[in-house]
Design a protein around this ligand. Structure first.
Ligand code: ADP
Ligand code: GN1
Ligand code: MG
Length: 358
């Protein structure tokens, strides 16, 4: 399969070594090494069940690089390369879609934050990305996945999965279903603000899981996984980044007693993220950041749960209960966040009042 793709990117007789790469849940990622040379690339098969408009994704990537590659910048994105025909999206004979980007040599991604500076760097990088993208007009972009962070839509998917019970798993998890159902109404605040037009739509990343950021040494350097970049609100990025960077464990930790919300990481991340954006935030935006980490954790929790009930059709899994474990980690994290809500409000207020926001 890969040989036919290589022919589209490299001249004949190029000797290539590949290995599957990274911990992404969606695309198939390979590290491509040109034998005898220093060149390395990341080749990805785009999951078109998840992303129905791969041309749109590539177009967004090229727009981002036009903006980001002009001038000096503290962070970057991975350059997308054309095939030998000059196309940025490559279709193979079976109609599968591929794209190739620069491999960021010497880089690594992390699944959990181990030290304060990692949380600070993550906040600075994702905050910088949102600030940089604030010059775009959201109306010029297509949504890669419709209703991606829309709570009512995600709850609808969960209730459909419960009704179908297609993998016959519902009977074993009544307490997990009850946990999410009990919190449904409390989660609606951000959606209500969005529906009332109080929170500005911007171009945001929409998938700021910590392993979608590459570090080099002790600096965050490159923001990756740009497939979902498009219209959204800042809370989505802030909340999803904290879901992973302030969680004390990996997203699929089996020992739930280890799962907690790390307030030091929360503070470091928030300081760096909000300082990057302080000059563009509106009054309403500033007032409600504290609602985001719990909402995004809740949304991911019900998405993992729905996928578990559907028989694991969306996320990559390594064992039968993998999605259930992921959903239960989100549950535990929600409990931990609930205990810290007041403290979070105070920290955010203190950061915003010290960063000379208008
Ligand atoms: P997915 O959509 O499946 O999450 P990603 O684009 O996030 O795919 O890639 C999966 C993983 O591969 C990342 O978490 C990262 O570890 C690694 N990776 C992706 N792109 C690059 C790159 N350009 N350079 C180095 N590593 C990369
Ligand atoms: C997926 O692509 P990846 O693995 O970085 C998912 C995110 C979830 C995340 C949970 C397009 O992110 O929304 O938060 O898994 N991306 C898509 O780990 O669904
Ligand atoms: Mg990813």
């Amino acid at each position: 399969m890969l040989e036919s793709i290589f022919k589209k990117y490299f001249v004949e007789n190029t000797e290539i070594a590949t290995i599957p790469f990274g911990n992404g849940h969606i695309n198939d990622t390979y590290l491509v090494d040109i034998v005898g040379k220093k060149e390395k690339y990341i080749l990805q098969k785009i999951n078109t069940n998840v992303f129905p408009d791969p041309d749109g994704i590539v177009l967004t990537h090229r727009r981002l690089q036009e903006l980001i590659f002009e001038g000096e910048r503290p962070y970057s994105i991975a350059r997308i390369y054309p095939n030998l025909n000059g196309e940025y999206l490559t279709r193979d004979e079976a109609g599968r879609c591929w794209r190739m980007t620069a491999y960021i040599d010497g880089s690594f991604s992390i699944d959990t934050v181990k030290t304060e500076w990692q949380a600070f760097e993550t906040g600075a990088a994702f905050g910088w990305f949102a600030k940089t993208c604030s010059v775009f007009n959201p109306a010029d972009f297509r949504e890669a996945i419709k209703n991606f962070h829309n709570l009512s839509f995600r709850l609808g998917q969960l209730y459909q999965a419960i009704a179908d019970d297609s993998a016959k798993r519902l009977h074993s998890i009544p307490e997990v279903i009850a946990f999410y159902a009990e919190r449904e109404n409390r989660m609606k605040q951000i959606q209500d603000l969005v529906d009332q037009g109080k929170i500005p739509t911007r171009i945001v990343h929409n998938d700021t899981k910590i392993n979608n950021l590459l570090f080099v040494g002790n600096k965050a350097k490159v923001i990756i996984d740009l497939d979902t970049v498009g219209p959204g609100i800042l809370y989505y990025d802030y909340g999803d980044a904290l879901r992973t960077s302030a969680c004390t464990t990996k997203e699929d930790e089996q020992d739930l007693t280890k799962v907690d919300f790390n307030m030091v990481a929360f503070e470091q991340f928030s300081k760096a993220y909000l300082q990057q954006l302080s000059n563009i935030l509106t009054k309403e935006e500033k007032d409600n950041f504290h609602l985001a980490p719990i909402l995004l954790t809740y949304i991911m929790g019900i998405r993992f749960l729905a996928d578990y009930l559907n028989g694991d059709t969306y996320y990559k899994t390594k064992y039968p209960d993998h999605n259930l474990v992921r959903s239960m980690v989100q549950m535990q994290l929600i409990r931990a966040i609930e205990r810290r809500e007041n403290e979070m409000i105070q920290i955010i207020q203190s950061i915003l009042s010290n960063s000379h926001c208008n």
